[in-house]
Write a protein that binds this ligand. Structure first.
Ligand SMILES: Cc1ncc(COP(=O)(O)O)c(C=O)c1O
Length: 372
């Protein structure tokens, strides 16, 4: 089986599993307990906080562990509710955990506005400044897109609105572990991360917090995570996330070079296929992500054919009420519906090899030739 769907989720790194095991077996204490069973677990939890903090260059107190990227995005957007200003901006290609949550703000008297992207999926500083209003209080722009891999210049966007009284949130779920992510360099107030995109376990993530922006906890309970995420911690998962973050930092350059080499072989291998487009090929992208359009070929059909040949990729379309819709990301980038329906996303990972890439290229070429 060739697994090329790492933006959906990554396999657990064996070293991460090793780090987690004691906390699923003998070290079962509650980190809030004062006796030694609790204290030993609490120390490990704080070590994981430290490991995650150093991946994104913040101090451990800035890390709030959550149940994943989705919850981190929801918690971040709670900052909008705390702000006096009622105009909210968000990127047109954000993940549904941002768009759906921002959408709900209209029930609370907010006006929400999407920031348009260009054909490469990028938001310009000018278009942001044009949309900015005196009542703008919150903005969410993702660092790297999950479908296209396009990297936004979040630092430039945040610098453009600095001192204008906005809370700036970035969803860095796809960027972390693939490119350098430095919270302070990005100049944001809040940042979301998720463990299962960096070879950690599912069901754990984090919100990085500047400690100055007021947030509204989504549930009530004990004082865990500084009261921002009450409930007994998912200890083993957090320990795994910490270990995955440590490995991501240690291996960042090595992984990025490996992925970039595979990505370039893959895209070059496919370049002579008729009707092929690599989305946003000319701009800064994640080294592991290639979104490919094959004019005249249905993306989902291609996905299923590749699946039959033991290759896992994802398609760009989303199913709603039994009718297929083109990807909202590609629509926002002004791709016509028919072309957008041909999209597949290839997202590579640390264990992939050149042999696998060559195999994929050969199979796509064969399918494309048979379909035409
Ligand atoms: C950009 C982005 N944000 C948020 C999420 C949600 O993260 P999680 O699966 O940890 O809830 C994902 C997951 O696919 C994502 O790609």
């Amino acid at each position: 089986m060739i697994y090329f769907d790492h933006n959906a989720t990554t396999p657990l790194d064996p070293e991460v599993l090793d780090a987690m095991m004691p906390f699923l077996t003998s070290l079962y204490g509650n980190p809030s307990s004062l006796h030694r069973h609790g204290r030993v677990v609490n120390t490990a939890l704080e070590q994981a906080r430290f490991q995650l903090a150093s991946l994104v260059n913040v101090s451990p107190e800035q890390v709030v562990f959550t149940s994943g990227g989705t919850e981190a995005n929801n918690l971040a957007i709670s900052a909008a509710l705390k702000a006096d200003k009622r105009h909210v901006l968000f990127g047109a290609t954000e993940h549904p955990s941002v768009t759906e949550t921002v959408g709900d703000l209209s029930d609370h008297g907010f006006t929400t506005e999407a920031l348009a992207v260009d054909n490469n999926g990028l938001i310009s500083v000018d278009s942001l400044l044009n949309k900015l209003q005196p009542t703008s209080g919150f903005i969410s722009v993702m660092l790297a897109n999950n479908e296209s891999g396009v990297i936004q210049d979040v630092a430039a966007l945040s610098a453009a609105v600095k001192n204008k009284g906005l809370v700036f949130h970035t969803d860095a779920v796809q960027a972390a572990g693939k490119v350098t992510v430095d919270f302070n360099q990005l100049g944001v107030n809040l940042m979301s991360l998720s463990s299962h995109k960096i070879y950690g376990p599912k069901g754990v993530g984090a919100l990085i917090h500047d400690k100055a922006t007021p947030l509204s906890a989504m549930q009530r309970g004990g004082g865990q995570e500084a009261g921002l995420r009450p409930g007994t911690e998912n200890v083993a998962a957090i320990i795994g996330f910490g270990k995955a973050a440590e490995l991501a930092k240690l291996r960042l350059n090595e992984r990025a070079q490996h992925l970039a080499a595979l990505q370039s072989s893959l895209e070059q291998g496919l370049q002579d296929v008729a009707g092929l487009t690599v989305v946003a090929a000319e701009v800064d992208r994640l080294p592991n992500t290639s979104q490919i359009l094959l004019d005249g070929i249905d993306g989902e059909m291609l996905l299923m054919q590749l699946d039959q040949q033991s290759i896992a990729v994802s398609s760009g379309s989303a199913c709603s009420s039994n009718s297929k819709q083109p990807s909202a990301v590609l629509t926002a980038m002004a791709y016509p519906d028919k072309l957008a329906m041909s999209a597949i996303r290839v997202s590579l990972g640390q264990q992939n090899t050149l042999t696998e890439v060559n195999d994929f290229v050969a199979k796509v070429k064969l399918i494309a030739a048979q379909r035409r």
